[in-house]
Design a protein around this ligand. Sequence first.
Ligand SMILES: Nc1ncnc2c1ncn2[C@@H]1O[C@H](COP(=O)(O)OP(=O)(O)OP(=O)(O)O)[C@@H](O)[C@H]1O
Length: 237
Amino acid sequence: MNAIAAVEPDTSRRHGLVLRDVSLQHGDGPDLVRALDEVNLTVAPGEFTAVVGPSGAGKSSLLAVAGGLTRPTAGTVLVAGHDLTAGGQRARAALRREHIGFVFQSGNLLPALTARDQVRLPLQFASGGRRGRRDPRDLLAEVGMAEKADRRPHQLSGGERQRVGIARALVTEPRLLLVDEPTAALDRARSHEVVRLLAREAKQRRVAVVMVTHDHDVLEHCDTVYEMVDGRLSRHG
Ligand SMILES: Nc1ncnc2c1ncn2[C@@H]1O[C@H](COP(=O)(O)OP(=O)(O)OP(=O)(O)O)[C@@H](O)[C@H]1O
């Protein structure tokens, strides 16, 4: 037997994100919109990918499909080797809790909770099964928020809220991090800090990251940049 042939050629990539021929349509007849049009994308563990493109191009649809929030009309979505398109809504929700973290535009924090409790929250919903979850205190220290762990969102700056949002998304040790316009509310310096932090976490924790952004300034921190136009994805630059 040929030992080399027996080795799966794409092992390292299998546990990140794979989209194969993914399409998402809304409506029908004259109202048909192809939000995603036969999209193929592979993001390896530790790879930091950005997606840019004009308004209405399909970027949010891409995140929704990759995150199991929306089922594509056609194609396959694999996250950490699991088929997000195979099961029903409950199966998708379970895979989402287990393997996927989300970071939103302005942190999306709950007003009543301290930074520490925001980061603890996802642990209460995650199953105890898989590898070690992160200690919220360690994670807050890692994102530079240890000193402000007792503060609530209104006592934090935009950049600090975003850091807490990133810590919250990482506490369950996701294999895939989906990030939607993380710098929308930030000035230039804070934008670079936040995206640099995402890049560092991607590498250190071997997380596949997909970040949608309008901010071309921060693309220098990304490994791969794609452009989305009319639901089609292509390499940028
Ligand atoms: N539920 C829906 N029903 C019908 N059309 C929809 C629906 N959701 C999105 N669309 C359409 O799908 C296309 C892609 O939308 P999407 O929100 O993914 O774009 P986007 O690139 O994220 O835009 P933006 O940068 O403005 O957020 C758009 O033409 C939009 O109008």
